[in-house]
Design a protein around this ligand. Structure first.
Ligand code: MN
Length: 417
């Protein structure tokens, strides 16, 4: 007898980001729905509020009707993992009501192309790290001393700063080229104007799923209990503004005008099969940063630049496994002073560059400060991002026939206002 479960009917393509092994969480809207929590399978979203109208997940469905996933995430990992496993069970059940009741199916499953994904969480605090050794080495080589590219603290702690959460937008937005002070190398005085060196930063970010109180410390061992899942992240950066303003307190107006995140939160549990060994960290770290086990993750990360009305050009292929510090170490460091964390806080990786030039995660590195422009398929060149260019980040894991992905993290740069 033919296998008649929903998965067969939905026919998930082998290169889909949203296989049965993923089951991420997000929030969508369309003409009928203001905002419902959803998951994804193949080309469809799964409306969790509608699914729960048939009591299939055994929970209070009002949590799926909120604007953000925060209340759902606050239920805790035992509950959110149970929902994820239940969804997998429903999708593979041959006797599901969804399979026989067409109206019910159409209320629950909607084509992703027919809905709009919304910001999935109300982000509290936003932290950005600087944890890729190749990125930090490249930047140190370009701006300081190639012989001492890494600053003395770099191999002892995951460097980070606090950013601005309210200008983080969900994929699909556009924003204006920022203006600000710059000081050209040959000028004596600073000038004001639109940034000429607008850059991308290929990053991922993790969403906090369990709060702590002030004074608490999250150890590397328990860090994953506090991490709900991951998204793709583009930490847009105005290099000319940054170079002039960052001494001595770090990034400010060069970073806070816009950041972009992907709409699907891929859970740590879905990512677990793709964990890999991390870097050998020498010199030895202080005990609170030590960890055991395979804590890096093999996530392929690709960046595309699409000129207005043009084609997507692949400009970078990196991987999350090139992170020197793991998320667990970043969180242990972030909280070691007793700093509290809250559900919905977002912590970004820092630019993720690999050792090879095509793996560099920013235009700054890809074009080596603009000295080696990128050639696009339409014959034009880029040193940095041009007005009306669209940047698309995609990410996926693949192993032994299992594939999961993040969807897209996309934004378009508009001319200065
Ligand atoms: Mn960054």
């Amino acid at each position: 007898m033919a296998n008649n479960n929903l998965l067969t009917r939905i026919n998930v393509s082998p290169d889909s980001d949203f296989s049965i092994h993923n089951i991420p969480f997000g929030v969508y809207t369309d003409n009928e729905v203001d905002h419902h929590a959803c998951s994804a399978i193949g080309e469809y979203i799964i409306d969790l509020f509608e699914l729960e109208s048939a009591d299939m997940l055994n929970m209070n469905r009002s949590v799926f009707q909120e604007q953000y996933l925060n209340s759902f995430i606050e239920l805790g990992k035992p509950e959110t993992n149970r929902v994820r496993m239940k969804l997998i069970e429903i999708l593979t059940d041959e006797n599901s009501e969804l399979n026989t009741n067409k109206d019910f199916f159409n209320k629950v499953f909607k084509k992703q192309s027919d809905v709009k994904m919304l910001m999935p969480v109300r982000i509290g605090d936003y932290t950005d790290f600087y944890s890729s050794i190749d990125h930090a080495t490249n930047v140190g080589t370009m701006f300081r001393d190639p012989a001492n590219a890494l600053l003395p603290n770099w191999k002892h702690l995951p460097v980070g700063y606090h950013g601005r959460s309210s200008s983080i937008c969900v994929s699909g937005h556009s924003f204006h080229r920022p203006k600000g002070q710059q000081k050209p190398a040959d000028a004596e005085m600073p000038v004001f104007g639109a940034s000429k060196l607008l850059d991308i930063e290929l990053e991922t970010a993790f969403i906090i799923g369990k709060k702590t109180e002030m004074g608490d410390h999250v150890t590397t061992e328990h860090a994953q209990d506090h991490i709900f899942g991951m998204v793709l992240f583009n930490d847009w950066s105005a290099r000319d503004i940054q170079t002039w303003e960052y001494v001595p307190l770090g990034p400010f107006l060069a970073k806070n005008f816009a950041s972009t995140m992907s709409p699907w939160i891929v859970t740590l549990e879905a990512l677990a099969p793709f964990r890999v060994k991390g870097y050998d960290q020498i010199p030895k770290l202080l005990p609170y940063l030590e960890y055991t086990g395979e804590k890096n993750i093999d996530i392929n990360l690709n960046v595309f630049l699409k000129p207005q009305n043009g084609k997507e050009n692949l400009i970078c292929s990196s991987n999350y496994k090139y992170m020197y510090y793991t998320m667990e170490q970043q969180l242990a460091h972030h909280t070691v002073n007793g700093c509290n964390i809250n559900v919905g806080d977002l912590m970004a990786s820092g630019t993720i560059s690999g050792p090879e030039p095509h793996q560099f995660g920013s235009m700054l590195e890809l074009t080596w400060k603009g000295t080696k422009p990128l050639k696009l398929s339409d014959g034009t060149e880029r040193k940095f991002v041009n007005d009306n260019d669209t940047i698309i980040i995609k990410g996926f894991c693949e192993k032994e026939g299992k594939r999961i992905g993040f969807g897209e993290c996309t934004a378009t740069l508009l001319p200065a206002k």
